[in-house]
Design a protein around this ligand. Structure first.
Ligand code: SF4
Ligand code: SF4
Length: 362
């Protein structure tokens, strides 16, 4: 296992973090065994959250670390439900009880955006004040955030100077936070990333992805992880692991001293740029064609087609399409009113492309 200094926190973390959101919760003994094996294999960072697995994740993590608390760096998250510091504190106490521990190493303001930061977090008697008190009391050791917002707002949150580490989405299909990650690093924050295999999308077999570098990799998941580990600004990548096979394979990849050589990085960079260009020729995702009067999420349908056409991710594309179908946003809902086409700056024949999407993914 490789280890990294986690920003300026003085903590050394394993490159691979155990995301505890996909544990086999219906088989608690198995889940505990899996977490313990992860620790045995050198993982020292476990990440959970108050509501993962219907609230069971923290309990399972608590059981797994019993008797070896000092070996583990514990991360969990507080959902910011309102601007009340007192309520925030109650949720902290709940997590401490479920984890059966006296302290949390990295305590996250969960899934924040700029609006939440300004209106609910950094306010009088709010969560940030309460977090500082909890830190003084030794209940938490570092104040962190996880984030879902625009790259511009990520920079603003980093610039508040109120956080020591952050957790953001990053993978080879979604590089929107790449600049923010480098910026955070330059400001001394520890950087953890979630979704290194694109929430499972990159876990499905794809020859195109697995062979992005000349020597090829065993799987698309390996390629995806090596891509994330090769970014010098990423300290730790969290993977939500659900079985021993996945755990051992991820540990193997996280143990590579050089996830990608300089030459491989350059080749990969060029190919990804080219793929991005191809994807944007098709649809940039600008959303100018929206809203569709019949509810079709046009760019989301085309994103799935890109997964198929450009990255060869058939399973991910089909799953994505089915999800849109459940939400009544799929291409097959198009009634060919042609309202959208005139609004597309790329002059995409949207109706025709939606028909194509239905043909391949429905
Ligand atoms: S043509 Fe189809 S996708 Fe475009 S606005 Fe009309 S119904 Fe929506
Ligand atoms: S306007 Fe065109 S490029 Fe923009 S999201 Fe719609 S289809 Fe894609």
């Amino acid at each position: 296992m490789q280890y990294r200094e986690f920003g300026k926190t003085g903590v050394k973390v394993s490159r691979l973090g155990f995301g505890a959101m996909r544990l086999p919760a219906k088989e608690p003994d198995k889940a505990v065994e899996l977490l313990r094996e992860g620790i045995n294999l050198g993982i020292n960072y476990i990440d959970t959250a108050l509501y993962y697995l219907d609230g069971q994740s923290e309990v399972l993590v608590g059981k797994a670390i019993k008797g070896q608390r000092d070996k583990v760096i514990l991360s969990t998250k507080n959902p910011i439900e309102d601007a009340s510091g007192a309520n925030w504190r109650k949720r902290l106490e709940k997590s401490l009880a479920k984890l059966d521990t006296d302290y949390i190493d990295f305590y996250h303001m969960w899934a924040i955006n700029w609006d939440k930061y300004v209106n609910l977090i950094d306010v009088a008697n709010g969560p940030l004040e309460e977090a500082r008190k909890a830190k003084e009391e030794g209940l938490i050791r570092h104040i962190s955030f996880s984030f879902h917002d625009s790259p511009e707002n990520l920079i603003k949150i980093i610039d508040t100077g109120n956080f020591e580490t952050m957790l953001v989405q990053y993978n080879l299909l979604d590089r929107r936070n790449e600049e923010g990650i480098a910026y955070a690093k330059s400001k001394g924050l520890g950087v953890a990333v979630m979704g290194p295999v694109g929430g499972g999308r990159l876990g499905a077999p794809s020859k195109e992805i697995a062979s992005l570098i000349p020597q090829g990799t065993k799987s698309s998941a390996e390629m995806a992880l090596r891509f994330v580990f090769a970014n010098p600004h990423v300290d730790i990548a969290l993977s939500g692991m659900s079985d021993m096979v996945m755990l051992k394979e991820n540990v193997r990849i996280a143990s590579l001293e050089e996830p990608l050589s300089e030459e491989e990085k350059k080749i990969l960079e060029d190919i990804l740029e080219e793929k991005k260009r191809l994807a944007e020729l098709y649809c940039t995702g600008c959303g100018y064609c929206m809203p569709c009067p019949n509810g079709v999420d046009i760019p989301a349908n085309f994103t799935n087609m890109n997964y198929l056409k450009i990255y060869g991710l058939k399973e991910a594309a089909k799953n994505g399409y089915n999800k849109l179908k459940e939400e009544n946003k799929a291409a097959e809902n198009c009634i060919k009113c042609y309202e959208c086409e005139a609004k597309c700056p790329q002059k995409i024949e949207i109706v025709k492309q939606l028909e194509e999407t239905v043909k391949h993914l429905a």
